[in-house]
Design a protein around this ligand. Structure first.
Ligand SMILES: Cc1cc2nc3c(=O)[nH]c(=O)nc-3n(C[C@H](O)[C@H](O)[C@H](O)COP(=O)(O)OP(=O)(O)OC[C@H]3O[C@@H](n4cnc5c(N)ncnc54)[C@H](O)[C@@H]3O)c2cc1C
Length: 419
C-alpha cells in the first residue's frame, strides 16, 4: 500500500515496527488491558524505549532517530493494528515531546524529553477540564505567581496516564485580562508535586491507559517548569496538536486495516446459500469501499505529514487527515463486524474490541466537529484572502455574473422541468 510514495528508509522503519508489534506484544497484554485494567502498560513503553522506537522524529541527542513525520505515521499505523490504547501510550511521548522539544530549554529536554524517549518516564497531558474540552482556551485552571513560583489550582479530566504517568504537561491561565489565546501558559507538573487522582473512569474502549480526573490543589511549581514563554501556551498547544491529531488519524487506519483483513479472510471461508459469502456484492463491495477509504485516508495522512515536515502551517491538512481517517477507520471496523455477522459481535474475534476502541477516535484529540470547524475556517480564510477568483470567467464581484448564472439556471430549468 502506497509503496511507491515511501522511501527505502521509511519502508524499513515500518517493517521494524511491524516486527516489534508481532514479537513484543502478547495477546494477553491486550486482553488484560481490555479487562478494565487500571495499571499503565509500563512494560510496553519500556520495551518500545529499549527498541528505540519512541519519539522517532526527535533529535538523536535526546534519544530519537531524527526521522520525518511519515516514518512516525507508518509506525502508528502498525501499532494501531493492536487497538487504540497502546497506540495512545506510544503517541504520548511524541505529543508531549513535541512541546518540550520545540519550546523547552536544554535542561527541560534532558530532564523530561530524553528519559521519556527511553521509556523511563511516563508522560500525560492535561488539556480537557470538566467544564469542557472543545473550548480549550476557556480553561479554568489557574497559575498564580507567588514569589518566583506559580501556584496551580484546577482539574483536568480523561487524562490518559492520570493513573500511571510520572509527569503531566498542563495548561493554566496566567493572564486574567488578556484574550483567551494570550492567557495560557504550559507547565510541567510532576505527580510528586501533589497531583491527586479523584476519579477513575470505566471506559467503553481504550482501556488500560489509566484515564482519570486529576486535581491540582495549591501545587507550587518552580518557574523553570514553564514550557515556552509565559502566556504563550497557545504556541505550545498548536505545535502539540500536530502529533496529537496526526497520531489519532494514523492509528485508526491500522485498526480498520486489521478489521478488514480479518473480515476478508472470514468472508472467503464462510458459506451461505451454497457459496462463499465473498461472492456476494453485498459483502465484497463493503471490502472494496472500506479499503478505498482507508487508502484515501492514508493519502491524507501522508500529505499532512509531508507538509508538517516542511515546517509550514498545516492545521487544515492535519484536521482533514484526522476527520477522514478516524471516520474511515471506524467505518471499516463497523463493516467488518457486519461481514462477520453474529460472531463478530462476540469476543471470539477482536472486532468488537476494535469497534469500542475506534468509536473514541472521532471524539478525542479535538472532536471531529472541532476539526471541521478548523477546516472550514482555514478554507474560508484562504479563499477570502485572495483578491480574485482563479476562475477568470466567473467575475463573482460583478452583478453581471449573478445574472449570467441565473440565466444559465433558468435555461436549464426551462429545458428539464415540467411546465
Ligand atoms: C478515553 C479518553 C481519553 C482521553 N485522553 C485525554 C488526555 O489524555 N488528555 C486530555 O486533555 N484529554 C483527553 N481526553 C478528552 C478528549 O480530548 C475530549 O473528550 C474531547 O476533546 C471533547 O471534549 P468534551 O468531552 O469536554 O466534549 P465537549 O467539549 O463538551 O463537547 C461536547 C460535544 O459538543 C461538540 N461541540 C463542542 N463545540 C462545538 C462547536 N463549536 N461546534 C460543533 N460542535 C461542538 C463536540 O464536538 C462534542 O460532540 C480523553 C477522552 C477520552 C474519552
Amino acid at each position: 500500500m502506497f509503496e511507491v510514495l515511501l522511501s527505502e528508509d521509511e519502508k524499513q522503519i515500518r517493517d521494524e515496527i511491524r516486527t516489534f508489534v508481532r514479537d513484543n506484544v502478547d495477546r494477553t497484554l491486550l486482553l488484560k488491558m481490555d479487562s478494565k485494567e487500571k495499571e499503565y502498560p509500563y512494560e510496553f513503553i519500556r520495551d518500545a524505549g529499549k527498541a528505540n522506537i519512541l519519539g522517532l522524529r526527535f533529535p538523536k541527542d535526546y534519544g530519537g532517530r531524527g526521522l520525518g513525520w511519515v516514518s512516525e505515521m507508518l509506525a502508528i499505523e502498525e501499532i494501531g493494528v493492536l487497538g487504540i490504547a497502546l497506540g495512545c501510550a506510544y503517541s504520548l511521548p511524541s505529543i508531549i515531546g513535541e512541546g518540550i522539544n520545540k519550546f523547552g530549554t536544554e535542561e527541560q529536554k534532558k530532564t523530561y524529553l530524553a528519559p521519556t524517549i527511553k521509556g523511563e518516564l511516563i508522560c500525560g497531558e492535561g488539556l480537557t477540564e470538566p467544564r469542557g474540552g472543545s473550548d480549550f482556551f476557556g480553561t479554568n485552571t489557574t497559575a498564580i505567581k507567588n514569589g518566583d513560583s506559580y501556584i496551580i489550582n484546577g482539574q483536568k479530566r480523561f487524562v490518559a496516564g492520570g493513573i500511571g504517568a510520572d509527569y503531566f504537561l498542563i495548561y493554566a491561565k496566567t493572564d486574567f485580562d488578556a484574550k483567551p489565546h494570550k492567557s495560557l501558559t504550559a507547565f510541567v507538573v510532576e505527580r510528586d508535586d501533589g497531583v491527586e487522582v479523584e476519579e477513575e473512569y470505566e471506559l467503553m474502549g481504550c482501556r488500560g491507559m489509566g484515564a482519570a480526573r486529576i486535581v491540582m490543589s495549591n501545587i507550587e511549581i518552580p518557574p523553570f517548569r514553564i514550557i515556552g514563554n509565559l502566556n504563550e501556551g497557545a504556541d505550545v498547544f498548536n505545535a502539540m496538536m500536530v502529533p496529537e491529531r496526526l497520531t489519532s488519524a494514523a492509528g485508526p487506519i491500522g485498526m480498520g486495516r486489521a478489521a478488514i483483513e480479518i473480515a476478508a479472510r472470514y468472508a472467503d471461508k464462510r458459506e451461505a446459500f451454497g457459496h462463499s459469502i465473498r461472492r456476494y456484492e453485498g459483502i465484497s463491495f463493503k471490502v472494496a469501499d472500506c479499503v478505498t477509504e482507508l487508502d484515501a485516508a492514508r493519502g491524507l495522512v501522508y500529505h499532512a505529514a509531508k507538509v508538517a515536515d516542511t515546517g509550514a502551517w498545516c492545521r487544515k491538512e492535519v484536521s482533514q487527515a484526522k476527520v477522514y481517517a478516524t471516520e474511515a477507520g471506524f467505518k471499516a471496523v463497523h463493516e467488518a463486524m457486519q461481514i462477520l455477522g453474529g460472531i463478530g459481535y462476540t469476543d471470539v474475534y477482536p472486532i468488537e474490541r476494535l469497534y469500542r476502541d475506534a468509536r473514541l477516535a472521532t471524539i478525542w484529540t479535538g472532536s471531529n466537529e472541532v476539526q471541521r470547524m478548523i477546516i472550514q475556517h482555514e478554507v474560508f480564510r484562504s479563499i477570502l484572502s485572495q483578491d480574485r477568483s482563479d476562475y477568470r470567467d466567473v467575475e463573482l464581484d460583478t452583478p453581471g455574473a449573478h445574472k449570467t448564472e441565473e440565466k444559465v439556471y433558468r435555461e436549464s430549468a426551462d429545458k428539464y422541468l415540467p411546465e
